[in-house]
Design a protein around this ligand. Structure first.
Ligand code: SF4
Length: 350
């Protein structure tokens, strides 16, 4: 296929949809053929899938839809419970936005999801990708949906020579050809996602099994695995901080983190200010008179790596108002985010 000719959108769409009709993945949030998609399920899954894999999201999606089966129920949810059930999925701003968005839909839209991309974009926590995905998948509206899988498939189909992320506008330009005048918009977006997840995989793409190999420039050249080209990753900085394991008998001091901090609103263990560039509160926190256990954990966030050294002390009373005691044997089920789960596991097992 040469880029000099107009891309045969219709033939490409037909080939991919024929394949999808036989090979679509079964996913808990996905409507089966003949079923009307549930916008609440589509929205919830798309928010959960941001920065998270399909395998990790599955159990969370099942749990959320059991506890809060529709947008009205989620709008009335106790925020602490939502944060607790979200624990482990990461990127906690998504959970806070989830409740705000559910409330927005019940209060401003009478509990009915808007269908148009521009209206969806006004919802809390819904960015351009998510708005396009909901419009296409839940409402079969024409929208150009580009997630990580579709980005990779497009870069290979057109053998895009610019590296990511600067190639994003060019990828969108070509993706518009893929989606041109598409009728089964939701199925088509999902067929591209499934192709990327199962055949056009990041490593070792299975080009010989690919239903659209005849449209693919990278297949023609035999160099699919090289794409998408990427700029070399910058090394992320390392930060250090202290975390405090403060106990009274068999109870542990936990705190609800301040809303405007990283992991805001989540339950955590007391720490120094590792989320600020300058860890400024060592002086105050050292008032715990905790001793260095010699243990530490490492956790990688998107923009820095954190090493937390674990300090321990016994206390008589709760040191601050936002703190509470939790029995140590309940700590791993109490909704701690992964960072603090690592600390708890280390202390319990060592
Ligand atoms: S032929 Fe290979 S590179 Fe091209 S879309 Fe199919 S799996 Fe991807």
């Amino acid at each position: 296929m040469s880029q000099r000719h107009a891309f045969p959108s219709k033939a490409f769409q037909n080939a991919l949809l024929r394949w999808y009709d036989h090979h679509a993945r079964t996913l808990p949030w996905r409507a089966v053929p003949g079923q009307t998609p549930n916008p609440y399920h589509v929205w919830l899954s798309e928010i959960m899938l941001q920065q998270t894999t399909v395998a990790a999201v599955g159990p969370y999606f099942q749990k959320f839809t059991q506890i809060w089966p529709n947008v009205h129920a989620l709008a009335k949810a106790n925020p602490e419970r939502v944060m607790k059930e979200w624990a482990g999925l990461g990127y906690y701003a998504r959970a806070r936005n989830l409740i705000a968005c559910a409330q927005q839909i019940t209060q401003e839209y009478g509990g009915v999801f808007p269908q148009e991309e521009l209206d969806l974009l006004k919802l809390r926590g819904v960015g351009p990708y998510t708005a396009a995905a909901i419009a296409a998948i839940a409402f079969n509206k024409q929208a150009v949906v580009i997630d990580g899988n579709i980005e990779r498939v497009t870069a290979r189909l057109f053998r895009i020579q610019k590296p990511l992320p600067s190639s994003k506008p060019l990828i969108r330009h070509h993706a518009m050809d893929l989606f041109k005048n598409i009728k089964r918009s939701g199925d088509f977006a999902q067929s591209l996602m499934d192709l990327g997840a199962t055949i056009c995989t990041p490593q070792n793409p299975k080009c010989s099994e690919c239903p659209v190999k005849n449209f693919c420039e990278a297949f023609e050249k035999g160099d699919a695995a090289l794409y998408p080209l990427k700029n070399k990753k910058k090394k992320i900085p390392v930060r250090e901080g202290k975390v405090f394991w403060l106990t009274k008998n068999k109870q542990l001091v936990c705190e609800v983190r301040e809303k405007d901090r990283m992991l805001g609103g989540m339950l955590g263990l007391p720490t120094t200010d590792w989320d600020l560039k300058h860890d400024a509160s060592d002086v105050n926190r050292d008032a715990f008179k905790a001793i260095d256990t010699g243990l530490s954990i490492t956790h990688t966030f998107s923009h820095f790596k954190l090493i937390l050294k674990i300090y321990a002390a016994q206390v008589k009373v709760l040191p601050k108002k936002n703190m509470k005691f939790i029995p140590i044997h309940d700590i791993l089920d109490s909704g701690l985010p992964s960072l603090f789960q690592k600390v708890a596991r280390k202390m319990i097992t060592s």
